[in-house]
Design a protein around this ligand. Structure first.
Ligand SMILES: NC(=O)c1ccc[n+]([C@@H]2O[C@H](COP(=O)([O-])OP(=O)(O)OC[C@H]3O[C@@H](n4cnc5c(N)ncnc54)[C@H](O)[C@@H]3O)[C@@H](O)[C@H]2O)c1
Length: 346
C-alpha cells in the first residue's frame, strides 16, 4: 500500500501538530525524543496530548538494537493500537529509529516526524527511509515506509548548534546543484560568505519540494531516486575512513566536501563546465574546509567507495552532472580518476 506524506514548514509547531493529530483521529499519541530534543518538546508542545513519552540517547547512539528494543517495550506498555501515532521529535537519528519502530509495532502504526535539525528538515525526515545501525554498519536494518506527516519546526531550529547547521548545509549545497531557478545557488553563496539573513523557510521548502517530487516518482529507490545520492558515494567513504581512524565526520559535512570531487569527475566524464567546477570548489572550501588526506588514505577512500552497497561487480557507480541541474545517474568511474579528483580538492 502506497502512503502519502503531508509536509508543512511551521513556525508554530504546537498548532501544526495538534491539527495533524486531529486529522488523523489518533487513539493514542506516543512522543519519542532524544535527551537534547525532549526539553525542546517540553517547551514547545502541549505535553498533555501525549499518552506516553520516551527519551533515548542523542545522536547515533540511539540507532541500536538495544535502544530499539527499549522503545518497542515502552510502546507496548503504552497500549498503542494501529490507529495510534508516534511523534518523532528530533533530528534524523530520532526519525530513523522511531520510523522503524512504528513500522514494526503491530505491523505499522502512524507516524509524524517533527524535524528539529536542518539535515532532518531537508533530508532525513522526508522520504520514508528508516533504520538502525547493526554490527558496525550504518542503517543496515531498516524499512522504507512513508511518514503520514512531516512538520519542520522553524522554532526548534533556533536552538540548533552552529556545527549542526553546518552539517545541514552539505545537503542544501547538494540541492543547489539539482533544483532549477538559481535561488539555492544564491543561498549557497551567502552561506559560503556569512550566511546572514537567509530565508530558511523558503530554502527548506525548495529542498523538500524537490525531494518529495523525486520520492513520489520512485519511492522504492529503484531508479530516479538515485539522483539524491549526488555526492554520497564519496561522502560515505570519507565517513567510514573517519570512523576507522576513531574520528567522526558528520554526514552533511562529508557531503559538502565530496561535491567538488564529484564536480571534477563530472567535468572529465560528462562535460560539466570548468566555471561550475571552480565555483563549487571555492564555495565548498570556504564552507566545509579543505580535504587533507595522504596517498594511503586516498587509496583507502577508493577501496571504501568500491565496497559501497550501490555498486556492482567492484565498479564505482556515481551520480554526476553534465550541467547545473542535469544529473546523470549510475555512471561507472575508474580508480585513477577518483584519485585525481580527490587530489584536486586538497
Ligand atoms: N532516513 C533518511 O533518509 C536519512 C537521510 C539522511 C540522514 N539520515 C540519518 O540521520 C542522522 C543524522 O541526522 P541529524 O544530523 O539530524 O542528527 P541527529 O538526529 O543525531 O541530531 C544531531 C544532534 O543535534 C541535537 N539536536 C536535534 N535538534 C536540535 C535542536 N533543535 N536544538 C539543539 N540540538 C538539537 C540532537 O540531540 C543530536 O545531538 C544519521 O543517523 C543519518 O544516518 C537519514
Amino acid at each position: 500500500m502506497k502512503r502519502t506524506t503531508e509536509i508543512v514548514v511551521s513556525d508554530d509547531v504546537r498548532t501544526s501538530l495538534e491539527a495533524s493529530l486531529e486529522a488523523m483521529s489518533a487513539d493514542g499519541v506516543f512522543l519519542l525524543a532524544d535527551e537534547h530534543t525532549m526539553p525542546i518538546a517540553n517547551a514547545l508542545l502541549d505535553i498533555s496530548v501525549f499518552s506516553a513519552v520516551h527519551t533515548v540517547p542523542a545522536g547515533e547512539a540511539c540507532k541500536s538494537c538495544d535502544v530499539l528494543h527499549g522503545l518497542l517495550a515502552a510502546m507496548e506498555n503504552a497500549h498503542l493500537s494501529r490507529s495510534s501515532v508516534i511523534v518523532n521529535f528530533g533530528g534524523g537519528a530520532v526519525s530513523d529509529l522511531g520510523g522503524l519502530a512504528a513500522a514494526l509495532m503491530k505491523r505499522g502504526i502512524k507516524v509524524i516526524n517533527v524535524a528539529t535539525t536542518l539535515l532532518a528538515a531537508v533530508d532525513a525526515a522526508v522520504g520514508g527511509k528508516t533504520g538502525i545501525n547493526f554490527m558496525g554498519m550504518k542503517n543496515e536494518i531498516g524499512v522504507v515506509r512513508m511518514p503520514d506527516y512531516v512538520i519542520i519546526s522553524l522554532e526548534a531550529l533556533r536552538t540548533l548548534p552552529k556545527q549542526e547547521w553546518l552539517n545541514g548545509y552539505g545537503e542544501v549545497f547538494k540541492y543547489a546543484l539539482l533544483v532549477r531557478g538559481g535561488e539555492l545557488v544564491d543561498a549557497v553563496e551567502q552561506l559560503a560568505s556569512n550566511g546572514a539573513n537567509l530565508n530558511w523557510q523558503r530554502i527548506i521548502e525548495l529542498c523538500v519540494d524537490y525531494k518529495s517530487r523525486v520520492v513520489r516518482q520512485d519511492p522504492d529507490d529503484l531508479g530516479c531516486r538515485h539522483v539524491l545520492n549526488l555526492g554520497h558515494t564519496v561522502a560515505h567513504a570519507l565517513e567510514e575512513l573517519a570512523a576507522e581512524q576513531g574520528k567522526t565526520l558528520p554526514h552533511g559535512i562529508a557531503v559538502g566536501r565530496s561535491l567538488p570531487v564529484v564536480a571534477y569527475i563530472s567535468y572529465v566524464k560528462c562535460g560539466l563546465g570548468r566555471k561550475t567546477v571552480a565555483w563549487l570548489r571555492k564555495v565548498c572550501c570556504d564552507t566545509f574546509g579543505l580535504m587533507d588526506y595522504d596517498c594511503k588514505e586516498v587509496d583507502r577512500i577508493v577501496e571504501l567507495m568500491k565496497a559501497d552497497k550501490k555498486n556492482s561487480a567492484g565498479h564505482v557507480n556515481m551520480v554526476l552532472l553534465s550541467a547545473m541541474c542535469s544529473p546523470e545517474c549510475d555512471i561507472q568511474v575508474g580508480d585513477d580518476l577518483i584519485r585525481e579528483a580527490i587530489n584536486f580538492y586538497m
